[in-house]
Design a protein around this ligand. Structure first.
Ligand SMILES: Nc1ncnc2c1ncn2[C@@H]1O[C@H](COP(=O)(O)OP(=O)(O)O)[C@@H](O)[C@H]1O
Ligand SMILES: [Mg+2]
Length: 441
């Protein structure tokens, strides 16, 4: 959205930089550090230290050392930051010289086999494999190219050759061997929107194919001439909606869990977002000024508090609130008034839509449970009371629903008294939010 400078920006005392007539517009769409766009790593990054360290301190070093380490599955509601997290991990990995697939996004009804095959071919190129002269590799490339064109249908049409899935494993193993020989390189495969792989057979075969490459052992010569076994430096990350947890646990549960460790992301606490905005508040965000130098845009502490208040810990809404505040003025201080103006005039409807989409996706029972919680005073939200409001005779009947909302979706937290982890959903169902309360606005 284009910046709207014509709007009545509150008058601010001219600061040092603004004393010069030619240095007025500090904030443009080009230098905005907030980004509510999907799949982009926003310059203002918050939290997720656990997941970033998991990659840099555990997954990567262990795979480089040939040790077993499971792939990772990162799930969460839309907008919680799964794709951004993996984009950040992939970017960091690429900076280290790792070989990374770009995010392999599976659109619904797409053929995941084609997508993965094409990505592995690219990765093989990066690994320098395509220039190899070996007949065996030539053959393998032909088979995988075939898969990238024909996809799942291939296994039905040409039954005699090796299963397409086996060819994917073989190529990934070759890439892994090349990475091992290069040293200090990991092949990182990221598949996004995995819940869209709706064919049970394809999903399970694909996970087996990728998993087989990750557990493949090769013999290498250690110093002293001993032959030792090691794993290849390959790591697979899967990201998607929480629904994937059910799909993947139903039939192939045990094998899947042995090969992939699953975590579910939840919205942020205010501390993480406050920390993300601290550099802004403390020393300002550096932007080019119009005179070939740099200036700084700062943020009033009250503006930061208002962003936190409005976004309710949702990563997407955090970026949205920040972006709209950025555009609500052009001077070098972001004020609380600008945050409120930006939100009310341009973010409010989008914020409502964001939360509505999360709620609408929930199965009926889960929605009913959230509504039952809202109808009870916060200190009366025991499982027993919630179950009674939902029309159950026994509390245990509400057990599975409450477990899914807590463990799978991280929307609520169970306990003697149930609470909301997702503050945006709570606010949407129980207050005027996303409208700004009149006494605050
Ligand atoms: N760690 C983070 N810090 C700040 N903003 C984030 C973070 N992770 C995600 N976001 C923002 O949240 C929005 C949604 O993120 P995205 O990764 O697309 O979510 P998902 O893939 O879970 O649907 C994006 O605008 C992104 O910039
Ligand atoms: Mg995403």
């Amino acid at each position: 959205m284009a910046p709207n400078h014509s709007r009545g920006t509150p008058l601010i005392t001219l600061s040092r930089t603004q004393c010069f007539d030619n240095v007025i517009n500090m904030r443009t769409s080009v230098n905005c550090p907030f980004s509510p766009h999907a799949d982009v790593v926003p310059p203002i990054w918050a939290g997720r230290e656990v997941q970033l360290r998991d990659w840099s301190d555990i997954v990567r070093p262990r795979r480089v050392s040939g040790l077993p380490e499971r792939g990772r599955t990162i799930l969460g509601e839309p907008g919680v930051g799964k794709s951004s997290l993996l984009t950040k991990i992939s970017e960091d990995a690429a900076e280290h010289g790792d070989w990374v697939t770009t995010q392999l996004r599976i659109p619904s009804k797409a053929d995941p086999l084609k997508i993965v095959a094409a990505a592995l071919l690219k990765l093989a190129k990066k690994a320098g494999l395509s220039t190899a002269r070996e007949k065996r590799l030539d053959d393998l490339f032909r088979r995988v190219s075939d898969i990238s064109v024909k996809g799942v249908g291939l296994s039905l049409r040409e039954a005699d050759g090796p299963e397409p899935f086996t060819s994917l494993t073989e190529l990934l193993v070759e890439i892994g061997i090349a990475a091992m020989n290069r040293g200090d390189v990991v092949a990182l495969i990221h598949i996004d929107e995995v819940q869209n792989i709706s064919d049970e057979h394809v999903l399970s075969q694909l996970l087996i194919a990728l998993g087989d490459a990750m557990v493949k052992e090769v013999e290498v010569q250690a110093p002293g001439g001993f032959l030792v076994k090691r794993r290849l430096p390959i790591s697979v990350y899967l990201t998607g909606l929480p629904d994937f947890a059910d799909m993947s646990s139903a039939r192939r549960g045990a094998t899947f869990a042995r090969r992939f460790a699953t975590t579910t992301l939840e919205s942020f606490g205010d501390d993480a977002l406050e920390a993300a905005l601290q550099p802004f508040v403390l020393s300002g965000w550096e932007v080019p000024d119009n005179a070939g130098g740099t200036g700084r845009v700062t943020m009033e502490p009250a503006a930061r508090d208002e962003i936190l208040e409005l976004c309710k810990g949702e990563p997407f809404l955090f970026q949205l609130a920040g972006e709209k505040a950025w555009y609500a003025g052009s001077t070098d201080v972001i004020t609380r008034d600008q945050v409120i103006t930006g939100w009310t005039e341009t973010a409010r409807d989008e914020a409502a839509g964001h939360v509505e989409r999360i709620i609408e996706r929930l199965p009926q029972r889960e929605r009913e449970m959230l509504e039952a919680m809202i109808d009870l005073p916060p200190d009366k939200r025991s499982l027993k009371n919630i179950a009674t409001s939902m029309g159950f005779e026994k509390s245990t009947q509400a057990g599975p629903t409450s477990q899914r909302l807590d463990t799978n979706r991280k929307i609520i937290r169970r306990g003697n008294i149930y609470t909301f982890r997702n503050r945006a959903i709570e606010a949407y169902l129980s207050s005027e939010w996303p409208d700004v309360a009149p006494e605050r606005g």
